[in-house]
Design a protein around this ligand. Sequence first.
Ligand code: NG1
Ligand code: ZN
Length: 538
Amino acid sequence: SKYAEAIAQASAKHPQPGKTFQYGTAGFRMKADLLDSVVYRVGLLAALRSRKLNGQTIGVMITASHNPPEDNGVKLVDPMGEMLESSWEAYATKLANAPSEEELVQLYSQLTADLKVKPDTPARVIFARDTRASGPRLVECLVDALNATQVEYTDYKLLTTPQLHYLVRCVNTRGTQYEYGEVSEKGYYEKMAAAFKQAMEHSDKPKGSVSVDCANGVGGPKLRELVKYLPSQKEGGIDIKITNDDVSKAESLNHQCGADYVKTNQRAPPSSSAKPLERCCSLDGDADRVIYYFLDESNTFRLLDGDRIATLAASFIGDLAKQSGLSDKLKIGVVQTAYANGASTKYIEKMKLPVEFTATGVKHLHHAATRFDVGVYFEANGHGTVLFSPNALKAIHTYDPQSPAQATALQTLAALTDLINQTVGDALSDMLLVEVILAHKSFSCAEWLATYTDLPNRLVRVEVKDRNAWKTVAGTAERKLETPREAQEMIDGAVGKYKEGRSFVRASGTEEAVRVYAEASTRGEADDLANNVANLVK
Ligand code: NG1
Ligand code: ZN
């Protein structure tokens, strides 16, 4: 076929290391030194995907998010800024596993034919990477593939994952009625800053400051850039204190800091110097997750996780919908996973909002959220966003307010549709959203925390020989095991001994391990239950 020779030649520079790879929930992710051939082949698939979609631009992001500095990963972004369509994940896996150049070329022409891709259609790709040391080398592997398949490409160098998703959507909607924004990093900051100003127009000034732990990743320099576009504290903006923004020492990425550290360990980064009641948040290594927290008066660590952001956003948007006179037109719903704290689910039900559960992985949540006019979705770990449907946008932008109060609520609501990244969870955007809501509600972190009481919980990672032995029953959002045979009965037995106990086991989609989650009415009981179930699994 047309590119066969070029593909084979460049592929020989990046031989398959004799490993089996799988495009998982977060694309391919592993030790960076194993990734060269994988990234090369992902580049080949990006070309195919773009040609299949008539030359629409596909994104490639090189990052391993919250994982250690020596890891890296790669994932594809579809034209509207969504994750790669799931049926194509299998093609990625197949390409990554082709053992030789001949088999790779063979598979590529097979896919070209099966998918009815016309090799002469133009192909366009944009890509970016996080701050990992292996990034530039992996970019070379990617570029080799794009050159071999004659793709037009733009290298955006360092970006957060959500910034790349934003750009992909901007390129593909340019000049249409769905235009999403200017196709540049600057366009991203300008859009967000303008929306922030508008969202703050009818609010009190933000109280206190927010310390942002950037995990020593790409979020640091990008937040510093964003801050230049935001109003200063004097002008009614937020006092943002940036910490852990050192990207010069590769080994410090995600080390003892960042959203995953804080959520998993349920404590502030040891480097934090925040005083009691000071508002803090942590981003992860590619800035698509954010977690809030603070120390209370008695110096006890208090977490405000993704469930908290979801409930805060749902309650605020619900209020705005009522105040603007649009509550009939905006059906608001919340999407969670089994990892959501049971108390957050009860609170959403108390607000009389529908709540749905999906399997772990944002693509599942995202998909479910599109079925609401306003779909709020967050994983407990802080990854999520709020989606406004085309109907919701139309209602918000065409409604004629019947009073000044309706007009101000409507203006704030409209600002949120621009402030909130519509493509994927975005730590910078989500952080501004939280700040806007806290300012509007005149909420301190303590008042936010007081909206409901989390059930104490524990997440344990158990290394097992074969994680695939743990399969969950379809339709249970991963809450029940089908195999190993007696496992679920044993778990149920353990759970039954605790008040408000809940526990489930599932195979990780990103690591060679299974995860045990447990919650119960006291800290001690939650820990006990988690340990008991972990022992059943070992
Ligand atoms: P796995 O490894 O499948 O549990 C983890 C997170 C997910 C999601 C993905 C992708 C937990 C319990 N799991 O998935 O929520 O964020 O990584 O990064 O936090
Ligand atoms: Zn991430």
